[in-house]
Design a protein around this ligand. Structure first.
Ligand code: F6P
Length: 322
């Protein structure tokens, strides 16, 4: 029986488990056996490889995190580390690998493919920072999580007439802040894709206060700066009672949304179909609601498209908020 390996790498995301489950099920249906590699490329180098069967993935579709554990691995960037990994792949007789992770993880998938092990990447990151796909697995859940926290925080900000400056993740990408800002009705967002004027934001907040609207939520993407710095500035320069809240890992864990589970499932299936044909060096994604696959180099060379249309919609709402 042909064997395929699967690993998760980089930051964990909700929906990785749905992807693992899909790969295991699809592989089983195709007559492959699946080897689960624990803790990403680091685990691969260490030989942490074990058979993973359909019964092992029962009930995991609804679980956040990754049952295979994950890591960011420096050693795999070295030739020595790559050779060790190749030895392990050979020793376990693995003929193809599925990697669920972000761009760093895809660099690894490329290396494995070039070493002769067909490898397919599935985009798993809450940041939505991969240009070739409209959505990455975990992003939808993260946005939903942030929206939920925003409404909880708003209760306290309302009650105390404070300004809540909520810092969200996203690495260099502002998508979590942009999407959650629209869905959660933030008064202002600060994202790395757009220059911002903190004095303008302060003036708007003060203007709204004069009109009687005492509540404001400002979402700041971590790639644009620190929530604490913004809140400090607002307190010092505008005498606003501003509080910084860093959401951190709260937005990375938890039950995956239905959208993330669905996307992960379809992407897992496509990954196995490619490996069945012996095809590697590709990444799977979703574009215009269709599952696609693309050459890794091509996918990674694309420039991230900022959803300016969404930002413009946000601006209209932000500027007219009373
Ligand atoms: O890439 C996912 C992400 O959560 C980013 O949003 C964030 O900048 C980073 O990972 C945090 O990394 P770590 O897991 O090392 O804390």
């Amino acid at each position: 029986k042909k064997r395929i390996g699967i690993l998760t790498s980089g930051g964990d995301t909700p929906g990785m488990n749905a992807g693992i489950r899909s790969v295991v099920m699809a592989a089983d249906a195709a007559g492959f056996s699946v080897m689960g590699i624990t803790k990403g490329y680091a685990g691969l180098i260490e030989g942490r490889v074990d058979r993973i069967k359909t019964e092992d993935v029962a009930g995991i579709v609804e679980k956040g995190g990754t049952i295979l554990k994950t890591a960011r691995c420096e050693e795999f960037k070295t030739q020595e580390g790559q050779q060790k990994a190749l030895q392990v792949i050979k020793a376990f007789d693995i003929s193809g690998v599925v990697v669920i992770g972000g761009d760093g993880s895809f660099q690894g998938a490329k290396v494995l493919s070039h070493l002769g092990v067909p490898t397919i990447g599935i985009p798993g990151t809450i940041d939505n920072d991969l240009a070739y796909t409209d959505f990455t697995i975990g992003f939808d859940t993260a946005v939903n999580g942030v929206v939920g926290e925003m409404s909880r925080i708003r209760d306290t900000m309302n009650s105390h007439e404070r300004v809540g400056v909520i810092e969200v993740m996203g690495n260099k990408c502002g998508d979590i802040a942009l999407y959650a800002g629209i869905a959660g009705g933030a008064e202002h967002i600060i994202i790395p894709e757009v220059e911002f004027d903190i004095d303008y934001i302060c003036d708007k907040i003060i203007g709204n206060r004069i009109k009687g609207n005492m509540t404001s939520i400002v979402l700041i993407a971590e790639g644009a700066g620190k929530g604490e710095a913004v809140a400090n500035y607002m307190r010092a320069k505008a005498k606003l009672d501003a509080k910084a809240i860093v959401l951190g890992y709260i937005q990375r864990g938890g039950t995956p949304s239905a959208a993330d589970r669905l996307r992960a499932t379809s992407m897992g299936m496509r990954a196995v179909q490619l490996l069945e044909k012996g095809i590697g060096n590709r990444v799977v994604g979703i574009r215009d609601n269709k599952i696609i696959d693309e050459d890794i180099d091509e996918a990674l060379s694309k420039e991230l498209i900022f959803r300016k249309d969404l930002y413009d919609e946000f601006k209209i709402m932000s500027e007219n908020m009373q």
